[in-house]
Write a protein that binds this ligand. Structure first.
Ligand SMILES: Nc1nc2c(ncn2[C@@H]2O[C@H](COP(=O)(O)OP(=O)(O)OP(=O)(O)O)[C@@H](O)[C@H]2O)c(=O)[nH]1
Ligand SMILES: [Mg+2]
Length: 350
């Protein structure tokens, strides 16, 4: 069922509980037609008229980098499901933006390549300024199936979650994802799940729906491929609710397949996670190892002095290790204190 039908059904149920019962189908259809004729007017206004009900402006957004071979099919498929499709062309050197424009998508072009996270940031800013109610993001390389958009949107439309992730790891019977990628993504998801305290099985999936609350409190800060994970860490911090639904992901027979090194991809994501958590908990991340290093340095220094006083011979190796460990300890401790102070000041100013 396309999203518009789904929303209309919800709307119909709502309406059937009111005195306008017999009019609901007609009204839903009329409302949809009015919206199509007046695309600049938010659909919410049509529904609110006289009903006090809720209508939703749903937008699908695609971060895209050199996806001319695959993007057309994704846009056409997504336009069947949602109100508008937004494409953020991240400095592509091919015809990605041109194709998207011709197909009726809203296109924002970055002058240069900022990375997937940079595109997500533009998408979130656009969604906020344009009063989007629900945003669904999906990859432009054809790996996600637009016909599964309603499935990903459903929990958010029904208000059961602030974010719904299309997970590649529930019901994996038809998964085409290579084994080594599955292991990597599952390991990262385990880390993100335990750090955020949220029930996350696939933190790397770009196929997600974000409700109004998520759109207003989340800001993609990471520029690279770690943006999705770090947004889930933010979601945990802000107390958002998350759910997952199974999706299919295509790897075979894609128009193009990226040759991005999976190890580089994983390191990019892990680096973002580390950065995010270390800034939030500087005393734990820098202070604790700093204390340990300083303690080790002092201990070895004392042992070296003891040896010298007993045998009148200084153990140069131990002495050097003691100095190095103490220096590392001092640097880490100062970093911890500086970051802690900065983070506290920034939090207080918010
Ligand atoms: N805006 C932007 N999008 C990007 C960039 N790199 C990748 N993307 C988009 O992000 C989506 C996913 O990128 P992929 O490289 O396929 O990453 P992936 O799906 O996690 O990894 P694979 O398993 O190798 O397919 C696609 O829609 C890409 O066009 C980038 O530098 N900027
Ligand atoms: Mg991909």
């Amino acid at each position: 069922m396309a999203v518009r039908d789904y929303v209309n059904t919800l709307f119909a149920i709502q309406l059937s509980q009111t005195e306008h019962k017999s009019d609901y189908c007609e009204y839903a259809e009329a409302r949809w037609n009015m919206w199509q004729k007046n695309p600049n007017r938010r659909p919410v206004s049509f529904l609110r008229e006289g009903l006090g009900g809720q209508d939703l402006m749903i937008v699908a957004a695609l971060p895209a980098y050199n996806e001319e071979k695959s993007i057309a099919k994704v846009i056409v498929g997504a336009l069947r499901q949602v109100d508008k499709v937004l494409v953020v062309d991240d400095g592509s050197s091919d015809a990605t933006a041109e194709i998207a424009e011709k197909l009726g998508a809203i296109v924002i072009k970055h002058e240069r390549n900022f990375g997937k996270g940079g595109a997500l940031r533009t998408i979130f800013n656009w969604a906020r300024t344009n009063h989007v109610d629900i945003l669904v993001t999906l990859d432009a390389d054809g790996q996600h199936l637009p016909e599964e958009i309603p499935r990903v949107l459903k929990p958010v439309i029904e208000g059961r979650a602030d974010i719904c992730i299309g997970s590649r790891f529930i019901d994996q019977a038809s998964s085409e994802m290579p084994r080594h990628r599955q292991w990597g993504a599952k390991a990262i998801s385990g880390i993100v799940g335990s750090l955020s305290g949220l029930p996350i099985g696939d933190s790397e999936s770009g196929f997600r729906a974000y409700g109004r609350k998520a759109l207003s409190v989340l800001t993609p800060v990471e520029m690279g491929m770690g943006a999705e994970s770090s947004m889930l860490l933010q979601a945990g911090e802000k107390g958002l609710t998350i759910t997952e639904v199974p999706i299919n992901v295509a790897y075979k027979d894609l128009a193009r397949h990226r040759t991005r090194n999976p190890l580089y991809h994983a390191l990019d994501v892990l680096g973002s996670i580390f950065k995010y958590v270390s800034i939030r908990h500087p005393l734990l991340f820098y202070g604790l190892p700093g204390l340990l290093a300083l303690g080790m340095g002092l201990y070895l220094g004392l042992r070296a002095l003891e040896t010298y006083s007993l045998y009148r011979e200084f153990p140069t190796n131990i002495g050097l290790i003691a100095i190095a460990a103490s220096l590392v300890g001092v640097v880490l401790l100062s970093t911890a204190i500086m970051l802690f102070t900065l983070v506290t000041v920034i939090r207080e100013r918010r």
